[in-house]
Write a protein that binds this ligand. Structure first.
Ligand SMILES: [Zn+2]
Length: 173
């Protein structure tokens, strides 16, 4: 068994003084003998440094255990405050929302180490929330742009207007 703790980019390893730190080199990662042992580490280090970290089996190449991130409950007052702060618009597609159909979105997803704090929360519509699901803001934009470009290309390949728009987008991008 080869069990390591990772967040997909960094691995937990030991430095010269025997202290825990992170590394991108999987060969330096601490290898745990059992899931229990790795869990023990995560339980005793539940802070910002291990947020988003999970237990990974390098032989089977799969995630074997993930921390459950507890989300703070947001009161009606907080929701209303956020609604006003963002003028009641979905921060991804711009759609006008009602207090009832707005959902809260972590700008940097919790699973990727984002904080469960108000500074990391924006309001989005349900459809965008589903679409974004655990993607970083920059990656989300890239993905949406790629989808848009590809679909337009398929639809309007021989359309002159599209050719002009495409050229314009290229000069911008
Ligand atoms: Zn939206």
């Amino acid at each position: 068994m080869a069990i390591v703790i990772t967040n997909g980019t960094y691995y937990i390893c030991l430095n010269e003084n025997g202290k825990h730190r992170k590394t991108v080199d999987i060969n330096k990662a601490i290898q745990y003998d059992s899931i229990k042992q790795a869990k023990g580490y995560l339980w005793s280090h539940q802070d910002n440094k291990t947020q988003g970290y999970y237990i990974y089996d390098t032989e089977k190449e799969r995630v074997i255990w993930k921390q459950v991130v507890r989300r703070k409950h947001r009161s009606a007052v907080t929701r209303e405050m956020l609604y006003k702060q963002y003028n009641g618009r979905c921060q991804l597609c711009g759609k006008k929302l009602t207090l009832d159909d707005m959902t809260l979105d972590h700008v940097v997803p919790l699973n990727l180490g984002g904080a469960d704090e108000l500074e990391n929360i924006q309001i989005v519509c349900y459809a965008c929330n589903q679409l974004k699901n655990n993607i970083l803001p920059e990656d989300f934009l890239n993905r949406v742009t790629n989808v848009f470009m590809y679909q337009m290309e398929k639809k309007c390949k021989h359309n002159l207007q599209w050719k002009c728009i495409k050229r314009l987008l290229k000069t911008l991008g």
